[in-house]
Design a protein around this ligand. Structure first.
Ligand SMILES: Cc1cc2nc3c(=O)[nH]c(=O)nc-3n(C[C@H](O)[C@H](O)[C@H](O)COP(=O)(O)OP(=O)(O)OC[C@H]3O[C@@H](n4cnc5c(N)ncnc54)[C@H](O)[C@@H]3O)c2cc1C
Length: 318
């Protein structure tokens, strides 16, 4: 079967694209690892989505999904797309379990992935004490000592969220200063549970079956003759990594241009890429102002642009 449209990603951009594609009765497949993306995982409180003065990201996504499920021409497949190819006018999406799915147009709405720390042991302990999402995994660490890596707003907000569960939270920041907003720093101080360690370069996360310690180099004590600082160990049972994000765009290699930050270059009006029939909506593209409402808006525009593209494609082939 060849779909009219395949949407890759189930965050605000992908779900909105699905709703618009459904309303246009396009035969659509939405492939996603899960529903919600950053909005469900990270945005604990959303106060800027029109119509909702205050709503949790998870609740907002539940409403998006409910709306999507009303679209009869849209199927959903929980899977991970690994590569996109195009031959003549047909795109093939290859999934990580090697399934090949065909479509006449594609919207890439894959958003961003958490940036890895690249410390020794990180890959080994993902899901065994290492996490990138406090709202998903926070409760696992009830009454435990944990570390949050990253002293920006994301890290500090993660640490504050974890005060609901953990007994002690270290926040490790690579640089000499914490970059989180004053209000977050003040709340951290007042929590009585958060200890901030700056100039800390995390080297290794250790454990047996589960994380039991973290090793970092203290940059303040760096010896200029050797270039290395004192190596210190913290006994922790959990590590949350909050050092930013990177666009999830590798699957489009060869079909699109990328910015220096690996975002997909799109044209301003319709979010089309350089490959006809291939669009990119949301946080993964070169556009500014990465928000839920803009991702949803781009999902709408790309679905309608894909519809126009298909009409032209179909009339040319007659
Ligand atoms: C801490 C935090 C707080 C925020 N708070 C707000 C806020 O209050 N208000 C606001 O407007 N914005 C907020 N944002 C920003 C907002 O969450 C994002 O702009 C928005 O989620 C982007 O939507 P998206 O659909 O482009 O991508 P994402 O939300 O990143 O969703 C991408 C989706 O694609 C899926 N995916 C990725 N790769 C693949 C693949 N290869 N195959 C299949 N599926 C794939 C993912 O699983 C995910 O479901 C916040 C962000 C963060 C990090």
């Amino acid at each position: 079967m060849i779909y009219d449209l395949i949407i890759i990603g189930g965050g605000p951009a992908g779900i909105t694209a699905g709703i618009y594609a459904g309303r246009q009765k396009m035969k659509t497949l939405l492939i996603t690892k899960e529903f919600g993306g950053q909005t469900a995982k990270k945005a604990t409180e959303v106060c800027n989505y029109p119509g909702f003065e205050r709503i949790s990201g998870m609740e907002l996504i539940d409403k998006f999904v409910e709306h999507l499920e009303k679209q009869e021409s849209v199927e959903v497949k929980f899977s991970e797309a690994e590569k996109i190819e195009k031959n003549n006018d047909i795109f093939t999406i290859i999934t990580t379990d090697n399934e090949k799915l065909e479509s006449k147009s594609v919207i890439i709405a894959t958003g961003v992935d958490p940036r890895p720390l690249e410390a020794v042991g990180e890959k080994e302990f993902i899901g065994k004490g290492i996490s990138y999402c406090v709202t998903c995994d926070g409760p696992i660490f009830r009454n435990k000592t944990i570390a949050v890596i990253g002293g920006g707003n994301a890290g500090m907000e993660a640490a504050l969220f974890m005060t609901n569960y953990a007994t002690k939270i270290y926040v490790l920041e690579f640089g000499p200063d914490i970059k989180a907003d004053e209000i977050n720093q003040k709340d951290a101080k007042e929590s009585g549970k958060i200890e901030i360690i700056t100039n800390a370069v995390v080297k290794e996360i250790k454990g047996e079956n589960f994380v039991n310690s973290l090793v970092y180099e203290d940059n303040v004590s760096k010896d200029p003759s050797t270039g290395s600082g004192q190596v210190k160990t913290l006994q922790v049972e959990g590590v949350f990594i909050e050092i930013g994000h990177q666009p999830a765009t590798a699957l489009a290699k060869g079909l699109v241009d990328f910015t220096k930050r690996d975002e997909i270059v799109v044209e301003n009006e319709t979010f089309a890429t350089k490959t006809p029939g291939l669009f990119a909506a949301g946080d993964n593209n070169s556009g500014p102002y990465k928000q839920i409402v803009t991702a949803a808006g781009e999902g709408c525009k790309t679905a309608l642009a894909a519809y126009d593209y298909l009409r032209k494609l179909n009339s040319n082939s007659k």
